[in-house]
Design a protein around this ligand. Structure first.
Ligand code: NAG
Ligand code: NAG
Length: 204
């Protein structure tokens, strides 16, 4: 049987709905707005060159570290934390400063500032924390850890937490950022010397 002859049928495309035109125009406008915003932010960045404020440990000292006959940890430690604002054109405000110091998983101290504080353009503020821990009872394993640290003359603490920073970026308004610290502080307990290493909220 021969195939039936094919006929070409012309079907006009359905007319584009009015709402589709609206959506298309809206999308174009939105894209243009995004591009303009991008250019403004880029130019603002190049002109103002904003820098994220940074907190870091700049110095520390371990005055005392041992446990007594009853297995209670006694420690005295000094930590200097710097809040740095590298912006040439903007003051930075810091708030909710909160750092926690751990030894062997035990939180032994909380370093915090009650009030928000300001750091002027291109400058820094140091906080000097002198901390004498509350007497902390240790488990037998933790006492062994202390003995081991004292024997190798190196003791490690963990410092974790951060601060909320806010600074103005010219016409672009105010930017908020959480500077977080998470580092290990090492000391020679025999003489209390801090083994200095990088401890900063700045991205590596
Ligand atoms: C920023 O501070 C540094 C060191 O404190 C100084 O050398 C530099 O001149 C300062 N820059 C401006 C623009 O104030
Ligand atoms: C403290 O002791 C360590 C190791 O024994 C040593 O390397 C360091 O130089 C000492 N620091 C001071 C200030 O004596």
């Amino acid at each position: 049987m021969a195939p039936p002859p094919q006929r070409l049928i012309y079907r006009p495309p359905p007319p584009t709905h009015f709402l589709w035109w609206c959506a298309a125009i809206l999308c174009s406008l939105l894209s243009i707005a995004v591009i303009i915003a991008g250019i403004v932010i880029f130019v603002g960045y190049v002109v103002i060159h904003p820098r994220v404020p940074v907190i870091s440990v700049v110095d520390a000292h371990l005055f005392h570290f041992n446990y007594d006959g009853a297995g209670v940890l006694v420690t005295q430690i000094n930590i200097v934390v710097r809040s740095q604002n590298d912006n040439m054109k903007a003051h930075a405000g810091f708030s909710n400063f909160n750092l926690e110091l751990f030894f062997d998983g035990i939180r032994i101290a909380v370093l915090s500032t009650a009030a928000p504080y300001e750091v002027k353009k291109n400058s820094s503020v140091d906080f000097n924390y002198d901390y004498t821990s509350d007497p902390i009872p240790l488990s037998p394993e933790q006492m062994e850890d202390v003995d081991a640290f004292l024997k190798e003359d190196e003791v490690r603490f963990d410092l974790k937490g951060g601060v909320r920073a806010r600074w103005r970026v010219g016409v672009l308004g105010s930017v908020g950022f959480f500077c977080s610290l998470n580092c290990q502080l090492r000391f020679h307990p025999a003489n209390g010397t801090y083994i200095s290493r990088r401890c900063s909220s700045r991205a590596k």
